[in-house]
Design a protein around this ligand. Structure first.
Ligand code: NAD
Length: 459
């Protein structure tokens, strides 16, 4: 099928390259001309496993092009996916300005198109957005109605950054929210070779499935962090050990043919320094804002956000607990990406941590295996820090090293390595690296670990 995709970010580019790699003809559109040029040269503007390799192949097979011309893309395809940003506004509501602009542009393009066209909202939007915001704009600018003129679907994306290509190609499920059967049938054709469950539902249910999914996972993370924070008050407690006991509950981790399933959901029941990224924080905020507008106070989801806002700062508190006033202390922040295997730093816990360290006048040094100082600029502007080129350089001669992202490379920080290379260095563990190693040999404190005397004095 000839498809066009508006927005070439994590979702748009992965969708475009993914669809091209299974034989669809794809035109990707972006307003960023430099990005478009790069993509057409076979260079991925984002770091995702296999993305660049598949992009190059799709370009060679002439199944994929990128352009800044949305009109061209709509006129030369049968279906258009919208994958533009839906960021948080100051009041936590979602900013629909990108969606509105693109909906109007697609509508205008359809004015000059005789054939039936399908529009698919892939961006994450609050319930009723597709019906009450996108649809009226397309109708207004195209002067057409759904049914005869165009079809409309809401098809949320569940890919995880760091595993985006694989998640897109082998999804857990495909949710097709449809305004009518004809629209859904057409979108289902795009996915006909995907072996997975397909849920056909209403537009609002599809929108809500995405929010509910992210809200549940975010809740598990904040729940784990709350348990970790309580555990820190118990002398000698270890939240990781506590969760190990919980993981064995058959309702969480069934035994099938005598073997534990160990479902992935357990990895969300794991203490740390909080969730970040472009989705969980913004989506939970948007669901809270949506509920409030509907005159329902979502107490649980507000608490999830509240815990998450404070969680990264616990790393700074643990550091102070160990070395006192941070003024002029040399502190390494290990990991800038909000999670491993991505270069995305949006809403990364590292931002709150660096900001707090800078406010306390510490000298901040950072290291990340993938994120370089250049792509941090936008998110960390006005925070002075030095970016190290290697893990060794980052941790050398520091008063404390804070582990913020659980990059595999940080597994090098074994007690032996630390002892022989960095005697007396203090580690503040935000990702459970040291909880089950021979940690006694290291000078460290960690989230979820009550110290011998009775843990953190901070609330
Ligand atoms: P992104 O910021 O990485 O990319 C968005 C792209 O859209 C950018 O390249 C931008 O230049 C482009 N764009 C903006 N306005 C445009 C316009 N008028 N015309 C053409 N292009 C335009 O965003 P993303 O992370 O891919 O997220 C897109 C949507 O998908 C959001 O709603 C997000 O919540 C949702 N989502 C994201 C993820 C994720 O892991 N990143 C997962 C699932 C869903």
């Amino acid at each position: 099928m000839e498809t066009s995709i508006v927005g070439t970010g994590y979702v748009g580019l992965v969708t475009g390259v993914g669809l091209a790699s299974i034989g669809h003809k794809v035109i990707c559109v972006d307003i960023d001309a430099k990005k478009v040029e790069k993509i057409n040269k076979g260079e991925s503007p984002i770091y995702e496993k296999r993305l660049e390799e598949l992009l190059k192949k799709a370009l060679q097979k002439k199944l994929f092009i990128a352009t800044t011309d949305l009109n061209y893309a709509v006129l030369n395809s049968q279906i258009t996916f919208i994958a533009v940003p839906t960021p948080s506004k100051k009041n936590n509501d979602i900013d629909l300005s990108y969606m509105k602009k693109v909906s109007a542009q697609i509508g205008s393009a359809l004015l000059n198109k005789k054939e039936y066209h399908i529009i698919v909202v892939k961006s994450t939007v609050a319930p009723e957005t597709t019906l009450k915001v996108v649809l009226p704009l397309i109708e207004k600018y195209s002067k057409k109605k759904t049914g005869s003129g165009f079809g409309l679907c809401m098809n949320p994306e569940f890919l995880r950054e760091g595993n985006a290509v694989d998640d897109f190609m082998r999804p857990d499920r495909i949710v097709i929210g449809e305004i009518d059967k004809q629209s859904g049938d057409n979108l289902a054709k795009v996915y006909k070779n995907f072996e997975t469950d397909i849920i056909r539902t209403s537009l609002s249910n599809a929108e809500m499935i995405k929010y509910t999914n992210n809200a549940l996972l975010a809740t598990l993370i904040s729940f784990s962090n709350e348990i970790a924070n309580i555990s820190e008050k118990i002398p000698g407690a270890n939240a990781f050990e506590i969760f190990k006991g919980v993981y064995l509950d058959k309702r969480l981790n069934p035994v099938i043919n005598g073997k534990r399933v160990n479902p992935q959901i357990l990895s969300y029941l794991y203490p740390g320094c909080g969730f970040g990224g472009s989705c969980f924080p913004k989506d939970v905020k948007a669901l809270v804002a949506f509920s409030n507008k509907k005159k329902y106070k979502p107490v649980l989801l507000s608490a999830v956000l509240d815990i998450n806002k404070k969680q990264p700062l616990r790393l700074v508190k643990l550091t102070e607990q160990k070395i006192g006033n941070l003024k002029n202390k040399n502190i390494a922040v290990l990991g800038l990406a909000f999670k491993p295997e991505t270069d995305d730093v949006r809403e990364s816990p590292a931002i709150a941590i660096i900001k707090e360290l800078v406010a306390k006048k510490a000298n901040v040094f950072t290291y990340d295996p993938v994120v370089n100082a250049k792509n941090t600029h936008l998110h960390f502007k006005n925070f002075p820090f030095d970016h190290a080129q290697s893990l060794h350089q980052a941790v050398k001669n520091k008063d404390a090293c804070l582990i913020v992202t659980n990059w595999k490379e940080f597994e090098k920080l074994t007690p032996e390595f630390i002892k022989s290379n960095m005697a007396n260095h203090l580690f503040i563990d935000g990702r459970g690296f040291f909880h089950n190693k021979e940690s006694e040999k290291i000078n460290y404190l960690g989230i979820g670990l009550g110290n011998k005397k009775g843990a953190s004095k901070e609330s």
